[in-house]
Design a protein around this ligand. Structure first.
Ligand SMILES: C[S@@+](CC[C@H](N)C(=O)[O-])C[C@H]1O[C@@H](n2cnc3c(N)ncnc32)[C@H](O)[C@@H]1O
Length: 389
């Protein structure tokens, strides 16, 4: 089993793009492609490939991963996502029907054949030993459903995505189980943590990517060895202030108390920077300060920096760098590198008891499409195209 980690070494600069000196594979063509803002400004862009690789997409969400694959010229043949709102977004933008059954209920034999399986599996701890005994650990079954697809459909490649904490979870045992299961399914893999900020997204987002190859398929995959110039928040979202001509850009209407609180928080600051009278109040006792001072909540972004990670609950945490309000869904979508013509369906936010993904959650859950594009392009050039000849 091969498992390369980050091969970033000393960097050299070329046309504002930084490359490692140790280049296992020349990423410069793809790095240059990433500088073409025009290409990434619409979901309609797509590379023209003579023989587009076929993709089956699991845990598809709103389609962040799939948009990147589409841009790279891949052909989606199957998509699965249980949430009906995320599926609606996916279908609307990518024009492909989504199977909304739980992954456990999918008839794998009936799935179309594909060259690449992708999936950002929900990351719960699980026990491989339990599986061996034939007892499906309910917390791990979603990952093992992916393994079942590999065993039955035998695609040449897969790309899985997860939080980087999967590497260290349970003292590394969880990732060892993942690793063993992949190997037992007949695949080798390489993995690394990619920061979306290095690949043109105005957001620090470190995610684990696992790229797998069916045993016997020649070649091995090498992760990007380049780093693009940082894109600041100001560059990325300044033009969206007050815009009504783009979808998903309605600002939230905050209460007077919250607005007052926001006014006291400087760029890079948190609620802890607001005076006592503006601190959070106790639930059910609005006259009492709660004493809670999370460094996470009410964090005002820094205009000339990238943003912290956009996660499913980020709207509660980020304050616009110059406006006294949270980010709009469109601003967050820009931080994830979604183009403005990618429309998010469903409610902007949902109450905890509502069983559907809000626009904010769909965006925060997504793989940044630009990151997916880079990996898909690399996989195509390094392994798929040479094997097609
Ligand atoms: C991290 S998100 C995937 C985001 C997606 N890769 C993207 O780039 O937009 C995980 C998704 O898995 C879906 N999911 C969770 N359990 C599922 C199940 N049992 N069957 C199918 N989808 C499921 C969730 O609704 C969620 O949208």
């Amino acid at each position: 089993m091969c498992s390369a980690t980050n091969n970033r070494g000393k960097l050299k600069k070329n046309n504002h793009i930084e490359f490692t000196e140790l280049e296992w594979w020349d990423w410069s063509k793809i790095a240059e492609e990433m500088m073409n803002d025009h290409f990434f400004s619409t979901k309609r862009s797509a590379k023209k490939l003579t023989s587009p690789p076929r993709v089956a997409s699991m845990f598809s969400g709103c389609g962040g991963m799939d948009l990147g694959l589409k841009w790279a010229g891949y052909k989606l043949v199957y998509s699965n996502e249980i949430d009906h709102r995320a599926s609606e977004t996916f279908q609307y933008n990518l024009g492909h029907k989504v199977d909304t059954r739980s992954i456990d209920d999918v008839d794998i034999e009936a799935m179309p054949d594909h060259d690449l399986l992708v999936g950002g599996f929900p990351c719960q701890p699980f026990s491989y030993a339990g599986l061996r005994k034939g007892l499906r650990d309910p917390r791990g079954k979603l990952f093992f459903a992916l393994m079942d697809i590999l065993k039955v459909k035998k695609p040449n490649f897969f790309i899985f995505e997860n939080v980087k904490g999967l590497l260290t979870h349970n003292g590394g045992e969880t990732f060892q189980n993942v690793s063993q299961a992949i190997y037992d399914a007949g695949y080798t893999y390489t993995h690394t943590v990619i920061n979306a900020a290095d690949l043109g997204c105005p957001q620090r987002r470190e995610r684990l990517f696992i790229v797998g190859t069916k045993k016997g398929v020649p070649g091995s995959f090498t992760f990007p060895t380049f780093r693009l110039p940082r894109v600041s928040l100001r560059t990325a979202i300044e033009d969206l202030i007050g815009r009504t001509d783009v979808e998903n850009n309605d600002p939230m209407r905050h209460t007077k108390r919250i607005l007052e609180r926001y006014k006291h928080i400087p760029q890079g600051g948190t609620l802890a920077d607001a005076p006592a009278e503006h601190q959070q109040r106790k639930r059910g006792a609005a006259h009492m300060v709660s004493g809670k001072q999370s460094t996470q909540s009410y964090h005002r972004l820094i205009a000339d920096d990238v943003s912290p990670t956009v996660c499913a609950m980020f709207q509660a945490h980020f304050i616009h760098y110059s406006q006294d309000r949270n980010l709009t869904a469109r601003e967050a979508a820009r931080l994830q590198s979604f183009p403005d013509d990618y429309v998010f369906k469903g409610k902007r936010t949902v109450m905890s008891w509502e069983k559907e993904l809000s626009q904010y959650a769909q965006i925060g859950n997504a793989v940044a499409p630009k990151v997916a594009y880079v990996l898909a392009r690399g996989l195509y050039e390094q392994l798929i195209k040479p094997n097609q000849k």
